[in-house]
Structure formats: structure tokens, C-alpha cells
Design a protein around this ligand. Structure first.
Ligand code: TRP
Length: 336
């Protein structure tokens, strides 16, 4: 039997950080290595433009940065098809067709869109663009163009998948049973807090450690991580439960190390600097293979471009097949 296509993707608005790594990238590599699926990853540059339309250079640059991040963590282009959204015109075409099947009120009620609009006041002011409000329609096109059955996503994306399912049902009820209704699969990845203790790690928050960060950058950032504010002198008794360094030790250090550093912190026998140094060392070690692979691709941009070109070409063939069925169903196949 043919393997089920699964579709994931990211907006290329910045390099990927360890929040992405623990949140989704590790899971994607796992799914890829299971051999049970036919995975596609889209670099959603069109979607990135919906809230970065005034910054095309940023989107362009980050398409390649994100591609290099994927390759460095172990996304294997022989097993996973990586493609660029804007180079699949069928997806844009589908978006136009689907836009008749969704109301403005329904889009305005989409919780993900609502949250984002509230966060992006500085871009949109009081009134949001047609393109941004409609990006769930475009995302429905992304998914259905590939007949994606499973979409592994984080919780924040669930309303987008639900909206896609509604569009699919509406399409199929009007034009016939053509589109595949996707299911969201919650990726069991963790949500990683920022260096400052913020619930979210993010570029705009300035609290992220990037997969591309150098050893020096990692050390510097770890040194700046927020620790127990009540611990002023080294022999003050610390509370690891409110310390970001302890939090990251749980992600990067061995069980014994975690036990030792936490006990010594509570007893006031280990200072924060020593604890941070140990964390930085472990983090540097764990991320080393990723950093090395990334350095390789940074030195070979032509290989990255080739992977993107081939992936996009392959993806487009799939989208063309879907488009053919869609046009037939919508009676737009005039000369057949
Ligand atoms: N909305 C996703 C994000 O912001 C990116 C994305 C675009 C996507 N199209 C998709 C994710 C299709 C899964 C499936 O990260």
C-alpha cells in the first residue's frame, strides 16, 4: 500500500531555535525514520508574507535558513520532500476556489487568527488585511493539495486544521467527494520556555537559543539565563524550581547531573556560575552535530538550492494531480 502523506511546515520568518527542535523538529525526524509515512515539509513563504508583506528580503533570506535548519537536524531529502510554497501555483489557485466556501465571520472567529491579530497590532493597527484574515484558507490549500491525511502540529494550530476540515466537507458536499479530510495529530513535543522564563521561546522575545548559534553565543546566552532571584550570594539556598538553568539542565543533562546540581543548589553549595558553565558545556555538546552539519550546508549553498528545487518539483507534480481532480469536479475542465 502507498504510504500516507503527512504534511508539516513553518513560516520562514527567522532561524529555528531549540524551542522548534524540542517542539516539532525531533518529532518530524522520528516520523521520517519510522518509514511508515511519506513526509512533506513546506516552507510557507506565502504565509510568512501575510504578516511580513513589507519585508520580502527577510522572508527570502529565511527560506534558505530554515531549509538549512531542517537538513541539520536530520531531515533527509531522500526521505522527506522539502518544498517552497510560493513555487506551487496550484496552491494559490486552490486558495481562490476555497475562498467561496468560508465566511468572513468564520475566519474572524478562528482562535489562532484572533490571537495573532491581537499580537500583531503594530503591523495591522485596528484593521487586518484580507490576506492575513484568509491565511487559514491558504493553509487548507497547502494541506489538501497534498491529500495530507495526517498533519502533525502543535496545539496552537488545531483551529487551522478544523477550519480546513470544514472547507473540505463543504467542497465535497457541493462538488463531489474529491478532497481528503485531514486529521490533526498532536505532536507530543514539548513547549520550551525562553531564557528569561517566558512561557514561549521566540525571536521577537529575544530569549532564544538558535540551532545555528556558535559555542560562544550559547555560553553567553546561558550565562544570561534567569535564575532564582532570591539567591544573591553563592551560599544562599536556591530553588531550582524557579530557575531557568535547572529547567534546561532537565533537557540537556544526564539524570545524575540533574540530581547533583539541584541538590547542591538547594544546599547552597554550588554557585550559579558553575551550574551555568556545566549546562553550557552539555548544550554545546548536544547541539554540536547539528551545528557541524549546518556549517557544511552554509559552505555549500548550491546543495541546499538543489534540494529545494528537486523537492519543489516533486511536490508540484502531486499538487497538479489534485488540481486536475478539483477542476473536473468544479466543471472548470473546459477543453477535456
Ligand atoms: N501555520 C504554520 C505556522 O505558522 C505553517 C504552515 C503553513 C503549516 N501551512 C501549513 C503547517 C500546513 C502545517 C500544515 O507554523
Amino acid at each position: 500500500m502507498e504510504k500516507k502523506r503527512i504534511l508539516t511546515g513553518d513560516r520562514p520568518t527567522g532561524k529555528l531555535h531549540i524551542g522548534h527542535y524540542f517542539g516539532s523538529l525531533k518529532k518530524r525526524v522520528e516520523l521520517q525514520e519510522s518509514g511508515e509515512y511519506n513526509p512533506y515539509i513546506l516552507i510557507a513563504d506565502v504565509q510568512a508574507l501575510t504578516d511580513n508583506f513589507n519585508n520580502p528580503e527577510k522572508v527570502r533570506k529565511n527560506v534558505r535558513e530554515v531549509a538549512m535548519d531542517y537538513l541539520s537536524v536530520g531531515i533527509d531529502p531522500n526521505k522527506t520532500t522539502i518544498y517552497i510554497q510560493s513555487m506551487i501555483p496550484e496552491v494559490a489557485e486552490l486558495t481562490v476556489f476555497y475562498s467561496n466556501l468560508v465566511t468572513i465571520a468564520r475566519l474572524e472567529r478562528n482562535p489562532t487568527v484572533k490571537t495573532e491579530i491581537a499580537q500583531k497590532r503594530e503591523i495591522f493597527g485596528e484593521s487586518v488585511t484580507y490576506g492575513f484574515l484568509g491565511y487559514p484558507v491558504s493553509q487548507a490549500a497547502d494541506i489538501t493539495a497534498f491529500e495530507g491525511k495526517f498533519v502533525p502540529v502543535g496545539e496552537d494550530q488545531l483551529p487551522l486544521i478544523e477550519q480546513c476540515r470544514e472547507i473540505v466537507r463543504k467542497f465535497n458536499s457541493i462538488y463531489g467527494d474529491v478532497l481528503v479530510e485531514p486529521e490533526a495529530v498532536l505532536s507530543s513535543g514539548k513547549r520550551i520556555k525562553g531564557l528569561d522564563g517566558n512561557e514561549k521561546m521566540g525571536k521577537s522575545l529575544g530569549n532564544a537559543i538558535y540551532l545555528s548559534d556558535s559555542e560562544e553565543e550559547i555560553s553567553k546566552k546561558v550565562m544570561s539565563a534567569v535564575t532564582d532571584p532570591n539567591r544573591i550570594k553563592k551560599d544562599d539556598l536556591g530553588n531550582p524550581d524557579i530557575c531557568m538553568v535547572a529547567y534546561y539542565h532537565h533537557l540537556f543533562s544526564s539524570k545524575e547531573e540533574i540530581k547533583t546540581v539541584c541538590e547542591e543548589c538547594k544546599a547552597g553549595t554550588r554557585g550559579c556560575v558553575a551550574c551555568k558553565k556545566q549546562l553550557a558545556k552539555n548544550m554545546i555538546e548536544e547541539l554540536k552535530p547539528i551545528r557541524e552539519k549546518r556549517a557544511y550546508y552554509e559552505a555549500h549553498p548550491e546543495e541546499v538550492d538543489k534540494i529545494l528545487m528537486e523537492g519543489t518539483k516533486k511536490a508540484r507534480e502531486v499538487a497538479k494531480q489534485t488540481m486536475k481532480k478539483v477542476k473536473q469536479a468544479m466543471k472548470l475542465n473546459y477543453f477535456e
